[in-house]
Design a protein around this ligand. Structure first.
Ligand code: ADE
Length: 232
């Protein structure tokens, strides 16, 4: 999988060389290219934003550098692009979205700042590429960079070969194997820590009973924290 990221803050993406995503890059499973949007500005100040037509607070990202940046990524791509525009005005990014995007071959993240990108760039993307405007949640970040980091991590861990034991994906929160319940609580050694013991059942070796207990815990947790996820 190829991932292109376009941003005015390429340094935000240094953490992608760490941990699981870094290992996937090192193994050649994914290839990440971070592009500085200012590469495609042509004035002395490398301007990427301007005041909004119609007035209002804040600045809007100018269309010209975005057009050239997208043309460049398209020209150097091997296949069809899927463009992701992180925005608080987008559809929610969910585990289902992460699975859908993990099956694509070329993702492009277009990170807006300020009040966002000129709408004509977004319309151009919808016309020319498969394009998703996605929100991480109902809060506002300063730009698309942190949202991109989160989405890239959620997507890359689902790409085959990235996680050593793919069974662990089936048992986590929001996965189909869990019927989209929140994950049950986990414990490891020692059996007693600061007066708190590991639930007896987990030491019993009775796998059917353990599975039933975990399901009960997952359901209770989901009911308490995210009742809207329960269908019955
Ligand atoms: N950019 C700013 N806020 C965002 C959010 N909540 N999700 C995705 N991108 C964003």
């Amino acid at each position: 999988m190829k991932i292109d990221i376009i941003s005015i803050f390429p340094d935000y993406f240094a953490p992608l060389s760490l941990s699981l995503v870094g290992k996937a890059i090192a193994k050649g499973i994914i290839d990440v290219d971070v592009h500085d949007l200012r590469t495609w500005t042509h004035d002395r100040h490398h301007t990427t934003d301007d005041t909004p037509y119609g007035g209002g607070a804040g600045m809007v990202m100018k269309p010209e550098p975005w057009g050239e940046a997208l043309d460049h990524v398209e020209a150097t791509a091997d296949g069809p692009l899927t463009v992701i525009i992180p925005t608080p005005a987008g559809r929610p990014f969910t585990q289902a979205t992460a699975y859908e995007l993990a099956a694509k071959s070329q993702l492009v993240f277009a990170c807006g700042r300020y009040e966002g990108i000129d709408q004509r760039v977004i319309d151009h993307c919808h016309d020319r590429y498969e394009t998703l405007e996605l929100s991480l949640g109902d809060y506002v970040l300063n730009g698309g960079e942190v949202a991109t980091l989160a989405m890239v991590e959620a997507i890359v861990r689902l790409v085959p070969g990235v996680i050593g034991n793919p069974r662990s994906l089936l048992e986590e929160s929001h996965s189909d194997g869990q019927d989209a319940l929140l994950e049950y609580p986990n414990y490891t050694k020692p059996p007693l820590w600061r007066g708190r013991s590991v639930p007896e059942i987990l030491l019993s070796g009775n796998h059917a009973a353990i599975a039933a207990w975990r399901r009960e815990q997952a359901t209770a947790r989901t009911r308490a924290r995210r009742p809207e996820l329960l269908t019955d």
